[in-house]
Structure formats: structure tokens, C-alpha cells
Design a protein around this ligand. Structure first.
Ligand code: FES
Length: 104
């Protein structure tokens, strides 16, 4: 059956301080919510290159460098900056009354 994306209340904004990240299982998905600068991003918690978790990645602005082999992914659009043509899923994210909501 086709998966219909719905908005899910993930956590409080205060749960993810600036520069931090947290993963959340959502159905069959493993979603990583990242606090980068003034923005939050929600992406698939799988490096587009080798599938490693990005949770321990090194964050520079909104670019996450994977710990496994140093590939860099732009969290604003999911594009891998190291390997053209590779990308990860980015999920719509909204802040509502102090809570982070993700559509997935
Ligand atoms: S698994 Fe991420 S760079 Fe290799």
C-alpha cells in the first residue's frame, strides 16, 4: 500500500540544542532531526553514500559530514556534495508552539 505522509509531533524544540541532532523511528523510517544555526532539518538517517547513520556526523552550517568516510550532505536539499547524483530524503519540518513536527 502506498505510504501517505502525515505530520507527526516529534519532540520539543528544547530537546535538540543548537548543533545537536537526534534520531527518531517513524514507521519504517529512521529520521534524523538536526538543529543547525537558526534552522531545524529532518532527513533520513542514512548517509547517501554508504548508508551509515549520520547521527554522529560533523555539522558545519547545514552540511553534515559523515563519520564513516567523510562525505558531505547538504541538509537543506539532501544533496551529497561529495558524490554528485547521490541524495537523501529530506522531510518537511515545522515548528509549532515549541514542538517540532515532521511530515513523513
Ligand atoms: S557511509 Fe557516509 S561517507 Fe561512507
Amino acid at each position: 500500500m502506498l505510504h501517505m505522509a502525515t505530520w507527526e509531533k516529534i519532540c520539543s524544540i528544547a530537546d535538540i540544542p543548537q548543533g545537536q541532532r537526534k534520531s527518531f523511528p517513524l514507521g519504517a523510517l529512521d529520521i534524523l532531526v538536526v538543529s543547525a544555526g537558526k534552522h531545524f532539518y529532518a532527513c533520513s538517517n542514512e548517509c547517501p553514500v554508504g548508508g551509515e547513520s549520520l547521527e554522529d556526523g560533523d555539522l558545519q552550517g547545514h552540511v553534515m559530514r559523515c563519520q564513516a568516510h567523510s562525505c558531505r550532505t547538504d541538509l537543506s536539499n539532501g544533496k551529497c556534495l561529495s558524490e554528485a547524483d547521490l541524495e537523501i530524503a529530506i522531510f518537511p519540518l515545522e515548528l509549532r508552539d515549541g514542538w517540532i513536527w515532521v511530515k513523513a
